[in-house]
Design a binder for this molecule. Structure first.
Ligand SMILES: [Ca+2]
Length: 466
């Protein structure tokens, strides 16, 4: 049957009117330390995420999405504000900001250990617009004085200044080796054997149900698959049996953590379907930094191959992360977008989708790419600043411009230049072969650092001369 243009326009405007009468809901699912290559959709060969794979078929998948930082808190701050970690002065995680490093060649830059109240957050914007705003899970943007309730959220389950739980098993609490007692506030009583990822999803589902017909903005920020590397015994047994030497990933417990993450993501999506909410809920799935490539419990946790390095590093393995988004009726199921994007983009993007105003100095709205994954968007550079140490790195800044990427290491001023299109694994440093390009990118990086007030590391006067 054919319809006239007039009929089509009438139907289309009726749809817009129907959508206009009911606000969209928003759910931001954040994984912790989930690496780009951890998902089977990006080449993970041991891990199994059928629920996330199924979601990808109904969503747009970005292949070159960046966390604004290679570690936790700064990326979380960038999501909430649309500002780069350098501009916010939050360049290391909460606990790291409180610890002074004095035994290395450089004294790392000072970092805030919390997000200032003066910053405008996504939750504040949604709250002002009449949404119920709910945070469930890891927060890591300051102590209670700077908790989710002080940054625009009506409710908070589990959000604290800690970056990881003592344990993923009920009652999820206990003494750390440093004498610090950690716990997860706000959860309903459970029973031995209960797994934290399930409990957070239960809390998120209860929070959604409590909204009734009111529109909501929900953060579900899981602790998975961050250390401690713990999973359900049945998952560990399954993956221990499955592992073969040829698998890229070799950690059965880590595979089990990712299995739980996917199961719970699927449970949340099923709940939206069951409640009739799926058709007017925007769902984001993202990770706060690259996969952790160190050992835990004597076993290497993960690899981000073919990307180089991992958490803490400004090579691709540290900052490129999985990103899926579904905007019902707009994003095309199974579409793939290769345009680079960054976590600072969420603030302007989600606000524009909601019809709210809010610019961000370091992000742009991705709405054109959500409407058409192949859309041409203005070229822009991506800047990163990590003036700290980590097992994978020494203090460093980085700029990506087109396919070119330059890293500047502060200890010795060393420059590394890569072409990501030809060399996605960053194996061939072209800084010596193409000094003019390296110098030009370094100059742009310097302009950006000055413009954002990026704090720099300084020489450590107490360091042994080499
Ligand atoms: Ca993290």
């Amino acid at each position: 049957m054919t319809i006239s243009r007039r009929q089509f326009l009438r139907t289309a405007s009726a749809t817009v009117a129907a959508q206009g009468s009911r606000k969209l809901n928003f759910i931001f699912v954040l994984a912790d330390d989930l690496g780009w290559a951890d998902l089977p959709v990006n080449g993970g060969d041991l891990h199994e995420t059928p629920e996330i794979d199924a979601f990808a078929k109904t969503a747009t998948r970005f292949t070159q999405a960046y966390a604004a930082a290679p570690i936790c808190s700064p990326t979380r701050a960038s999501i909430m504000t649309g500002k780069s970690p350098a501009r916010l002065g939050i360049t290391i995680w909460h606990e790291g900001a409180l610890r002074k490093v004095t035994n290395r060649a450089l004294l790392p830059a000072d970092s805030e250990d919390h997000l200032e109240h003066a910053e405008v957050t996504l939750a504040e914007k949604f709250h002002e617009a009449g949404y119920r705003t709910m945070h469930v899970g890891k927060w890591h943007l300051g102590t209670t004085a700077h908790g989710p309730e002080t940054q625009g959220f009506d409710s908070n389950t589990g959000g604290t200044h800690w970056g990881a739980p003592k344990t993923f098993f009920y009652p999820y609490k206990g003494m750390q080796t440093n004498g610090e007692f950690r716990f997860i506030p706000g959860l309903r009583p459970g029973k031995p054997g209960d797994f934290l990822t399930d409990a957070f999803t239960d809390a998120a589902i209860a929070a959604i149900d409590a909204c009734g017909a009111d529109p909501f903005f929900l953060n579900l920020w899981f602790h998975n698959p961050h250390t401690p590397i713990e999973c359900k015994p049945e998952h560990e047994a399954y993956f221990a049996h499955k592992i073969r030497p040829e698998h890229k990933h070799q950690n059965a417990k880590y595979a089990g953590m990712i299995r739980s993450l996917s199961e719970n993501f699927g449970r949340l999506m099923n709940h939206l379907e069951k409640k009739g909410l799926a058709g007017h809920t925007v769902v984001v799935f993202f990770s706060d930094n690259g996969g952790y490539t160190e050992k835990h419990g004597g076993k290497t946790v993960t690899t981000n191959a073919p990307l180089r390095s991992g958490k803490g590093s400004l090579y691709e393995g540290g900052v490129r992360v999985p990103f899926l988004i579904r905007w019902p009726g707009v994003t095309k199921g199974g579409s793939v977008c290769h345009t680079p994007v960054i976590s600072c983009d969420f603030f302007p993007t989600l606000l524009e989708i909601a019809g709210l105003k809010g610019d961000a100095p370091d992000g742009i709205s991705l709405v054109p790419l959500l409407r058409d994954a192949k859309a041409t968007t203005p070229a822009r550079d991506f800047y990163f600043h990590y003036p700290h140490y980590y097992p994978t790195t020494s203090p460093v800044s980085m700029v990506r411009s087109g396919d070119w990427k330059l890293l500047e290491y502060f200890e010795d001023g060393r420059l590394e230049l890569f072409n990501l299109a030809r060399d996605p694994s960053e194996a061939n440093n072209l800084a010596t072969a193409d000094p003019a390009r390296a110098a030009a990118l370094r100059a742009r990086l310097d302009v950006w650092r000055k413009a954002t007030g990026a704090r720099l590391p300084v020489k450590n006067p107490a360091a042994t001369r080499r």
